[in-house]
Design a protein around this ligand. Structure first.
Ligand SMILES: [Zn+2]
Length: 458
């Protein structure tokens, strides 16, 4: 009896020892993960460690990076493993991106405090990095993400992104550093009163200070819904009356607009005739307009001297507003090609004519002076190629861009009006009022809407 009990105790000790050894082994040889790489073995000083990744594309990029930048690292091409001395690994590569609070030293955001992420020494192969944000940033709820390109320019990559304690940074190909910033909205200014006629459509103009505030999303409330309706910051006057719109911004900043809607004057039946064709007028600057909207197509070119040099501010602020909502919907948008100078278009068009002949080139590329890209009010989004058609980004853009004042400039089925084949990626800023009218008319082309031509004269 006693003997049996003793043996049992020895068995137990033996099992406990086994579990202990097992646990130690598990800890010692656990597989660490860094940016999607599995580190096989321990990353102790002087050890040789192996990195493993099973994505062939990431692997190819990594091999290229290491070949170009790290002489001492020994790469085994087989089995997707890299062998390197872990002390080298620690000394020469930041395993984690350096994340620090730092003031931005150039660009439009000079001296703005932001969270700085240096991506220089990280093997930039994984598409995502996750890290903790400092409280002063995440408590605000929203951030902007700027990327610093290899040429040193600051570009807004994600606008008004909702954040929590942890931030997942999407690694973009062409940026060496990132800034996550938050600028608190302090004030909203607006015109105090709008006087409208029944049926009139008007965009609510707001001035935000500071102008680079992160969260410019506002809500409209308090108004009489039988007198006006509001959709994406655009008022439609429904019937005669007075009401007040209460505008609420980030952190309860508020403004008010008084609205007076006047009854539309009764028109005599005899006077009713076909609505007059809007007229294209040529300004002193040599630019063609209809109702203040710049017209650029095969019939109405821009003068070679017209050179805004970049996308105009009204385009950019509308685009940034759109970027914020797209980001919230999980849609990634960026400007692939914005402003293009007259001289640039000379080179581009010549290239296409040499490649495909003049007739074919005219269906997809504009002649110099005839490109909307010269206006500073048009841009190609994400991927200017027919492979963009039907993607979730293209669908989102088509369904939502009018809310921000954009139109798809060369819609499907409108080739006879525009003179260009369908381009799901080319957007034009026309302002919220006209964009809404064109959307309500069935997302037709600008030429179709205004009943104007787009044909080369020769
Ligand atoms: Zn374009």
């Amino acid at each position: 009896m006693r003997k049996r009990r003793k043996r049992l105790r020895i068995d137990r000790i033996f099992i406990c020892l086994l579990i202990l050894v097992g646990l130690v082994c598990l800890i010692r040889f656990s597989i660490y993960t860094i940016f999607g790489f599995k580190i096989l073995g321990e990353a102790k000083k002087g050890n040789t460690i192996k990195l493993y990744h099973d994505n062939a594309n990431i692997w190819k990029k990594t091999v290229k990076y290491i070949n170009e930048n790290m002489d001492e690292v020994n790469i085994k091409y087989k089995n997707y493993t890299i062998t390197m001395d872990s002390s080298y690994f620690k000394r020469n590569m930041n395993i984690k991106p350096s994340v620090e609070n730092k003031k931005i030293t150039s660009g439009d955001f000079y001296k703005q405090k932001g969270l700085y992420i240096n991506n220089n020494n990280v093997i930039n192969v994984s598409s995502k990095i996750k890290f903790k944000l400092p409280r002063y940033i995440y408590k605000n709820g929203y951030v902007d993400l700027y990327g610093v390109s290899n040429e040193g320019s600051y570009e807004l990559l994600e606008s008004r992104k909702k954040v929590d304690k942890y931030y997942t940074l999407n690694i973009y190909d062409n940026y060496k550093e990132y800034y996550i910033t938050y600028v608190k909205l302090e004030d909203i200014k607006t015109t105090q009163q709008y006087v409208l006629d029944e049926g009139e459509i008007k965009e609510i103009r707001l001035e935000f200070s500071p102008t680079n505030a992160t969260n410019k999303k506002v809500s409209y409330s308090g108004y009489d819904k039988s007198i006006i309706s509001i959709e994406h910051g655009v008022i439609t006057a429904l019937k005669e009356g007075k009401t007040t719109i209460k505008i609420k911004g980030d952190d309860m900043t508020t403004a008010r607009i008084k609205i007076v809607v006047n009854k539309k004057k009764e028109e005599k039946k005899e006077e009713k005739k076909e609505p007059e064709k809007p007229k294209v007028t040529k300004g002193d600057d040599g630019i063609y307009y209809i109702d203040g909207i710049m017209i650029v197509n095969k019939s109405y070119p821009l003068p070679s001297s017209y050179d805004p040099g970049k996308l105009l501010p009204e385009f950019m602020s509308a685009f940034n507003e759109m970027l914020g909502d797209a980001t919230s919907d999980g849609i990634k948008l960026w400007i692939q090609s914005g402003y293009r100078s007259y001289d640039y278009q000379v080179g581009l068009y010549d290239k296409y004519v040499k490649q495909d002949g003049k007739d074919k080139a005219d269906t997809y590329s504009a002649r110099p002076g005839y490109s909307e890209h010269q206006s500073g009010l048009a841009a190609d989004i994400n991927n200017p190629s027919s492979s963009f058609n039907g993607t979730k980004e293209a669908i989102w853009l088509k369904e939502n861009c009018y809310k921000y004042g954009f139109i798809i400039r060369f819609p499907e089925g409108e080739e006879n009006y525009t003179g260009y084949k369908y381009e799901s990626w080319h957007i034009r800023y026309v302002g919220k009022v006209l964009a809404k009218k064109i959307h309500d008319a069935g997302d037709i082309s600008l030429e179709h809407y205004y009943n104007i031509e787009s044909k080369y004269s020769n």
